[in-house]
Design a protein around this ligand. Structure first.
Ligand SMILES: *Cc1c(COP(=O)(O)O)cnc(C)c1O
Length: 244
């Protein structure tokens, strides 16, 4: 596994897709999805030119922050976030990609208010209505965006999605196009509220070229960067949320 080679390969993939779509490749951020990676691997990625890291798990985020592993890069939160864990994330990351419910939105806003800061966020949209995934439905997203406009301690920066794993190139293109259109629609409404949504977080190792074609500004890449991951351990019991 050669990080420098992998980054080069991904960047040229971004460039080709951007060019094909008539876009400037500089508009697209390559976020390193660092789940299961060691602090040492994260440091190596930053040294090799990664400018944004994305964490899935609060526990890993906390450990890597304590280790100063992200020094020289931004850190974002991209995974499922339980409301009882927001205190470990709000104010510690530049952007939370995964605001997936009203309950979480309000918990993040409350925590940011306590800390007297403004937390940048994205709304996660569950495009395909997958039961296994969290997120607002495309129909719910505009109302959630309006709610953000009324919360001074959060700044809505855009939308994020995790579509089903693509079996072949082009398979997720319709999902990405749908998210992009949803962002355009919400954005025109939000501009009147003084919010400028400029982030579209979509595309992973298997489908980032399609995401870039459809307008992604942030692709989240793990395995194409670091190599295949061991399967993730199930979420520890104390991180599960009891729904009532
Ligand atoms: C793991 C993960 C990624 C990266 O997945 P790869 O297929 O390894 O590129 C992107 N986004 C989220 C939310 C993830 O959990």
């Amino acid at each position: 596994m050669n990080l420098t080679e992998n980054i080069k390969k991904i960047r040229s993939g971004i460039e080709a897709a951007a060019r094909a779509a008539g876009r400037d490749p500089a508009e697209i951020t390559l976020l390193a999805a660092t789940k299961t990676q060691s602090s040492q691997a994260i440091r190596a990625a930053v040294a090799a030119g990664i400018t944004v890291c994305g964490e899935n798990r609060v526990q890993e985020l906390t450990a890597h922050l304590a280790d100063n592993a992200y020094q020289g890069a931004q850190v974002h939160f991209i995974g499922h976030l339980q409301t009882n864990k927001v205190k470990y994330v709000v104010g510690r990351v530049e952007l939370i990609h995964s605001i997936s419910s009203d309950k979480l939105l309000l918990a993040v806003a409350e925590r940011a208010g306590q800390l007297d800061l403004v937390q940048d966020i994205l709304l996660e949209v569950n495009l395909a209505g997958e039961a296994s995934k969290s997120g607002f439905s495309p129909e719910e997203a505009p109302a959630a965006a309006r709610r953000c406009a009324g919360l001074p301690s959060v700044r809505l920066r855009g939308l994020m999605c995790i579509p089903p794993a693509a079996g072949h190139p082009g398979e997720n293109l319709p999902h990405f196009q749908k998210l992009r259109q949803l962002a355009v629609d919400i954005r025109s409404e939000m501009m009147d509220n003084g919010m400028d949504m400029d982030v579209l977080s979509m595309g992973m190792s298997g489908d980032y070229a399609d995401a870039v074609m459809a307008g992604s500004t942030c692709i989240r890449v793990g395995s194409a960067l670091f190599g295949p991951r061991p399967p993730m351990s199930p979420i520890p019991h104390d991180e599960r949320e009891i729904s009532i």
